[in-house]
Design a protein around this ligand. Structure first.
Ligand SMILES: Cc1cc2nc3c(=O)[nH]c(=O)nc-3n(C[C@H](O)[C@H](O)[C@H](O)COP(=O)(O)OP(=O)(O)OC[C@H]3O[C@@H](n4cnc5c(N)ncnc54)[C@H](O)[C@@H]3O)c2cc1C
Length: 204
């Protein structure tokens, strides 16, 4: 059995390592000490395609699978846990939720913007009373006309204070019991005219 990575993945690792050593290593200590969000390097990673590694090219991704994404995480973590956490939440939590549950319009608009680094994403599940126990989140989402009214508290949300898009887990239908905890909602902060939009649940 062949355990070695493909030449494509090896080349990806080399490119990521060059980017990380040149752009991130020099600022890694300073951003932690100054508690700064490294917007410039996140944007640059998006311009190089590194934020969209696992996603199809039609949505601005590199189509290099989860292996490619894992290589990105390994290379970032060699140098800077802050970049790893920010990019991990952005790509694997927020963007992946839209890829798996979004409709075509949401994918072409928001997934593409996330992959290209034009927007930053966050994913909000954890609450003061529920972390691992996702089935017992208390945040509710009620539809009123074309709006969704979200009511609840979230905590420890990586990128939560500055993200353009937040995937929020809320209960939309208590009758669903434990399954009620997983509806995903999308909010675009840059355009207030765009309301909350419910993503398709994976089992629908
Ligand atoms: C750096 C960082 C970034 C984070 N980013 C995000 C984010 O972007 N979005 C977000 O939503 N959350 C985020 N979180 C929160 C994280 O997802 C939660 O901390 C996690 O879900 C655990 O929840 P909790 O802390 O409430 O622990 P608890 O759920 O209270 O768990 C405490 C302990 O009990 C164990 N346990 C829990 N349930 C069971 C069970 N049924 N059986 C046996 N053992 C159990 C757990 O394994 C754990 O050891 C982040 C946390 C950190 C530290």
């Amino acid at each position: 059995m062949e355990y070695d990575h493909s030449d494509e993945i090896k080349m990806l690792r080399t490119s990521i390592r060059e980017f990380v050593d040149k752009e991130i290593r020099p600022i890694a200590r300073a951003i932690d000490e100054q508690e700064r969000v490294p917007f410039a390097t996140i944007k640059k990673a998006g311009e190089l395609g590194l934020l969209g590694i696992p996603f199809p090219e039609q949505y601005g991704g590199l189509d290099m699978g989860i292996t490619g994404y894992c290589v990105l995480m390994e290379e970032l973590n060699r140098v800077c846990a802050s970049h790893t956490t920010i990019i991990g939440a952005h790509a694997q939590l927020a963007a992946m939720s839209i890829f798996l549950g979004g409709n075509e319009a949401q994918k072409s608009t928001y997934l593409r913007a996330l992959n290209e680094g034009r927007m930053i994403g966050a994913w909000a599940l954890t609450e003061p009373g529920a972390g691992s126990d996702a089935a017992h989140i208390q945040t509710t989402a009620v539809q009123e006309g074309t709006d969704w009214i979200i009511d609840g508290q979230k905590m420890w949300i990586t990128n939560g204070s500055f993200a353009d898009i937040i995937i929020v887990h809320a209960v939309t239908d208590k009758a669903l019991g434990a399954r009620a905890a997983s509806p995903l909602l999308l909010w675009r902060r840059m355009h207030p005219a765009l309301k909350w939009a419910k993503l398709k649940r994976r089992w629908d």
